[in-house]
Write a protein that binds this ligand. Structure first.
Ligand code: ADP
Ligand code: ASP
Ligand code: MG
Length: 451
């Protein structure tokens, strides 16, 4: 058997019957072995999240209305997608919607809510497999819940996943096409859980690492990683290549096209990741690999929901052990830190999770005055930055112009300059950076004369 490929299709790629047919055509272009990872139909997970919120808020009428609207959507979907297999399709959705109604009929609990969230991927993969059967394309459905699991820290174990997926593939050695669910997994208690929103990309790279795939292909609704956020900035363009480190920075700092954890398994096992467009399969897309093309700034991304924390202490900052004490507090409350800057009397850092914010702030107050800024955004400028070192910061700051900047971080890695700004300035900053970094001829002459 030649080396297997892992192909992941996101929500919009399977979100309409015609799209699902297109996915079937795409995976039938050759007979090479493939694992196909599917998301839920677009809008489904959002809807399940919303049902969960109404359920938690004790609003049964809202729960019921949302379930019935979603059910109608699926009914129309199978009626349009399937003909010979329509009855089987109806059985699939009836089973899952019965489960959804059953789960939400009793009082809310987090574990049942996670089971609720899993229904989207469970249905999309079953419906797709039925469609493949209808067009007489041989495929084997592999339940992700029997393969992908996480430990007590929420971390997947690739060796374990590898042993399981290889056994499943070995059990169907006459097949070359395998379908499985993205996003869903089992946690250390054996309960149904998930890899967080957008997690199907992560499933694909975990499976790619687990089978030592030839490549992991992330098929979506855009032709690769763009140089800036296409939802905000007009005239962005796709990048041909990125290194694993560059792509990881962009994914972590807000490029929604990739779940933030997608890159590490691929990097660890050196498996190229390709970002491709289901709607334009002939487009070149982006190849992410260990190869780093030197030179310049490649892209900008932005991550919202950031909180800046400043700890000011004239007495202790320079004392040995101060930083350790500060970091220990974040460790104790399991709060990851994104950015750090220091001065002689103060340290500023950022977090993106406010769940334990009050407890962290209380503990920090033992060491000095604490100030909080909410509604902040990290803008991350990514590339192979060493080769452009001279004048780089100037170029970035000149592009940002008069926009307020709360923190800057440079030198932590050769791939990243991060700046912290108020979220309300995000659009302006991204537009200014786009003009200044990617279209230098547009910068006014008086600003560029000292280059
Ligand atoms: P899928 O449902 O296939 O997982 P997503 O919506 O999660 O798709 O990701 C694709 C979207 O990511 C694009 O439609 C685009 O709007 C958004 N996006 C944000 N930043 C970038 C970027 N730098 N390059 C490409 N797409 C981006
Ligand atoms: N369906 C999940 C979500 O919408 C996972 C994914 O699409 O990657 O978050
Ligand atoms: Mg996604």
């Amino acid at each position: 058997m030649s080396k297997i490929r892992v192909l992941k299709f996101g929500g919009t790629s399977v979100g309409a019957p015609e799209r699902m047919r297109q996915v079937a055509r795409l995976i039938s272009r050759d007979d090479h072995p493939k694992i196909v990872v599917l998301s839920a139909l677009s809008g489904t997970t959002n809807c399940l999240v919303s049902i969960g919120e109404s359920w938690k808020a004790l609003k049964p009428t809202e729960v019921e209305q949302q379930i019935e609207t979603l059910y109608d959507h699926y009914l129309n979907f199978i009626n349009e997608l399937l003909s010979k297999e329509r009855t089987a399709g109806k059985t699939v959705i009836d089973e899952h919607f019965d489960q959804i109604r059953k789960l939400t009929a009793v009082s809310f609990n987090r574990s049942s809510n996670r089971e609720l969230l899993a229904q989207g991927e469970l249905m999309s993969t079953k419906l797709f497999t039925l469609y493949l059967r209808e067009i007489e394309k041989d495929a084997q459905l592999i339940p992700a819940l029997e393969v992908v699991s996480t430990d007590e820290n929420g971390e997947p174990d690739i060796d374990l996943i590898s042993a399981r997926i290889k056994r499943k593939i070995g059990d169907s050695s006459n097949k070359s096409l395998f379908i499985t669910q993205g996003y869903i997994c089992r946690n250390h208690l054996g309960e149904i859980d998930n890899l967080k929103r957008g997690g199907s990309d992560y499933t694909a790279s975990l499976l790619g690492a687990a089978v030592n795939a030839k490549a992991v292909e992330i098929w979506t609704d855009i032709d690769g990683m763009h140089n800036n956020d296409p939802r905000i900035v007009p005239d962005t363009y796709p990048l041909k290549e990125l290194s694993f480190d560059e792509a990881a920075e962009l994914a972590y700092f807000g490029a929604k096209i990739l779940h933030p954890n997608t890159i590490w398994p691929a990097k660890k096992y050196n498996i190229p990741v390709k970002l491709l467009n289901t709607m334009a399969p002939q487009a070149r897309g982006t190849v992410i690999s260990s190869v780093s093309t030197p030179g310049s700034i490649k892209a900008v991304a932005a991550k919202d929901g950031i909180i800046a924390i400043k700890i000011k202490s004239s007495r202790m900052l320079l004392a040995y052990g101060f930083m350790r004490r500060i970091f220990e507090i974040f460790e104790q409350f399991k709060v990851p830190i994104d950015m750090i800057t220091t001065s002689e009397v103060a340290v500023s850092l950022t977090i993106d999770d406010d769940e334990n914010l009050d407890a962290v702030v209380d503990a920090l107050k033992r060491y000095g005055e604490v100030a909080i800024d909410k509604n902040m955004t990290i803008v991350c400028i990514v590339g192979d930055l060493i080769s452009e070192e001279i004048g780089l910061i100037k170029k970035v700051l000149r592009s940002i112009g008069d926009q307020p900047v709360r923190m800057i971080s440079y030198g932590g890695s050769r791939n990243n300059i991060s700046i912290l700004i108020p979220t309300k300035s995000k659009k302006e900053v991204l537009l200014s950076l786009n003009r200044g970094l990617f279209a230098p001829e547009e910068i006014p002459a008086q600003n560029s004369q000292h280059n």
